[in-house]
Design a protein around this ligand. Structure first.
Ligand SMILES: [Zn+2]
Length: 107
């Protein structure tokens, strides 16, 4: 039983380490769309292709809030969104290990 607990604690340490080594994260959904820029002479205002833009959206008190992502940050923000998903996964796994540890003590 103690060996099993040691194993679970080692597993927990490994998961916490992974979480601490994860880069920054951000909560939200990436949305890619296209928009016009407003310049009268631009192709986008003359039936040409619009400019691709990216937003990150979040639900805040039932409302969807969008935040524009500057072009230069798009790749980085995409990584942050992936990291958020990974962080959530790791937190859930750590939580499950904790439940296993509690169960061991019942025996
Ligand atoms: Zn334009």
């Amino acid at each position: 039983m103690s060996a099993q607990r040691d194993q679970l604690q080692a597993q927990r340490r490994a998961l916490i380490r992974q979480l601490s080594q994860l880069g920054p994260w951000i909560e939200g959904t990436l949305v890619s769309t296209a928009r016009t820029c407003g310049k009268k002479r631009c192709v986008c205002m003359n039936k040409g292709p619009k400019h691709p833009v990216m937003y990150i959206t979040n639900k805040e008190q039932g409302k969807t809030v969008s935040l524009y992502i500057p072009r230069k940050l798009e790749a980085e923000v995409s990584t942050w969104v992936k990291n958020y998903r990974k962080a959530k996964e790791l937190i859930r796994e750590i939580s499950n290990v904790q439940k296993e540890i509690i169960r061991l003590r019942e025996e």
